[in-house]
Design a protein. Structure first.
Length: 203
């Protein structure tokens, strides 16, 4: 009986690591995959099984003034939020399997929503230390939304996150209105955004 319980615990722990990675990165591109303590449902390997509504939480955080370069050399500031109803900020790492797995889904989401007042910005957590690896992921997946290199205040914010990918919804004033951990598919991103837009329309 004890052996069965131990085996079950190991299986659940390994499965949970598939949808989220801890904030640690080992030498030689090894990653420390661990369960993000958000919800038992995230123990399933398929990102499409992650319920964004159940795992997302409201936040009182706000993006303070920041200035950062994209991996392509352009410069963005916190003013980027002003032109969109909502901006999806996806914090990821090139070393994190679940992060890389959801990027094609996020690209499809961006293409479907960019003309509807919803923007997407990536923040590549390890771009300041492994820019080549980050660029390789972006080029391989034909990503067209901007990806920032965290530095200064933006890097300080990224350092507070405990798991990747972390997806934030930011309104036009820079307020973080929702936060979610773990990989998602296009339907998950769409539901997360639509739920927030619906909430804003309520009297």
């Amino acid at each position: 009986m004890k052996k069965n319980l131990l085996l079950l615990g190991v299986v659940l722990t390994l499965a949970a690591g598939v949808t989220a990675c801890s904030g640690e990165k080992k030498t030689g591109q090894e990653t420390t995959a661990s369960a993000a303590s958000t919800k038992a449902d995230q123990s399933k390997a398929d990102p499409s099984k992650t319920d964004a509504v159940d795992t997302q939480s409201e936040s009182s955080e706000k993006f303070t003034e920041f200035k950062a370069k994209t991996v392509s050399g352009d410069e963005l500031t916190n003013d980027v939020f002003k032109s969109s109803k909502l901006t999806v900020v996806n914090v990821w790492g090139s070393w994190c399997g679940p992060c890389v797995a959801e990027i094609p889904e996020l690209q499809k989401f961006y293409e479907s929503m960019k003309d509807q007042g919803v923007n997407v910005i990536g923040v590549a957590q390890d771009a300041d230390t492994d820019l080549d690896a980050v660029k390789e992921v972006i080029e391989k997946n034909k990503v067209t939304y901007p990806n920032l290199i965290p530095e200064g205040k933006l890097k300080d914010f990224v350092m507070t996150l405990q798991a990747f990918p972390t997806t934030l919804l930011v309104d036009s004033e820079g307020n973080v209105v929702a936060k979610d951990l773990g990989g998602k598919d296009m339907a998950g991103f769409t539901k997360m955004v639509n739920d927030q837009l619906t909430k804003k329309l309520r009297p």
